[in-house]
Design a protein around this ligand. Structure first.
Ligand code: MN3
Length: 200
């Protein structure tokens, strides 16, 4: 198996004005492509060739930093594009997911507040997360290419808070970017799909 850059599931213009064509051209076409190209070079001779992407991420964590950073970001970004959609972020969540957010996280408004706080307080580059751990939803943050996958949990929603994800559109206003992501971009149907897979 080798890594392959997935196509965006929408046009480069589709997420404007919340995420611009220019941001997606740099972030998907250049940054994500670099993780794929570098990951493929580092996969050779690593002993993890032929494994699934999740297995490469988990197998390289703490052992092969170069491969981990690129494979981890490839995993994160592959889902990140699908965690967004045009006209996303409406608050009508699928029933089971909404019920779990109410039960484990004190409701959608509180979940958004905690997710934003996680993203704002992640110093430097990294990700804010909604994940399933031991059957329950949690909000967390990680640095660089890490994800809940290497902390015993399954990510179901993540937002990239590295500056390349928002600086063109929001300059230094990371809280505004996180608010736009949650209120206008999140594809809750894809979050629900990952939630269902993680809790079955
Ligand atoms: Mn990124």
């Amino acid at each position: 198996m080798s890594f392959k850059l997935p196509d965006l599931p929408y046009s480069h213009d589709a997420l404007a004005p919340y995420m611009s064509r220019e941001t997606l051209e740099y972030h998907h076409d250049k940054h994500h492509k670099a993780y794929v190209d570098n990951g493929n070079k580092l996969l050779e001779g690593s002993g993890l060739e032929g494994k699934s992407l999740e297995e490469v991420v988990k197998g390289s964590f703490g052992k092969n930093a170069g491969l981990f950073n690129n494979a981890g970001q490839h995993y994160n970004h592959t889902h990140f594009w699908k965690w967004m959609k045009p006209n996303g972020g409406d608050d009508k969540l699928p029933g089971k997911l909404q019920a779990a957010i109410d039960k484990d996280l004190g409701g959608l408004a509180k979940m958004k507040e905690d997710f934003t706080q996680a993203g704002v307080t992640q110093f430097g580059s990294g990700w804010a997360w909604l994940a399933v751990k031991d059957g329950k939803l949690i909000v967390s943050k990680t640095a660089n290419g890490e994800s809940p996958l290497v902390h015993g949990a399954t990510p179901i929603l993540g937002c990239d808070v590295w500056e390349h994800s928002y600086y063109i559109d929001y300059r230094n206003r990371r809280p505004d970017y996180l608010k736009a992501f949650l209120d206008h971009l999140v594809n809750w149907d894809y979050v629900d799909e990952m939630f269902a897979a993680a809790t079955k």
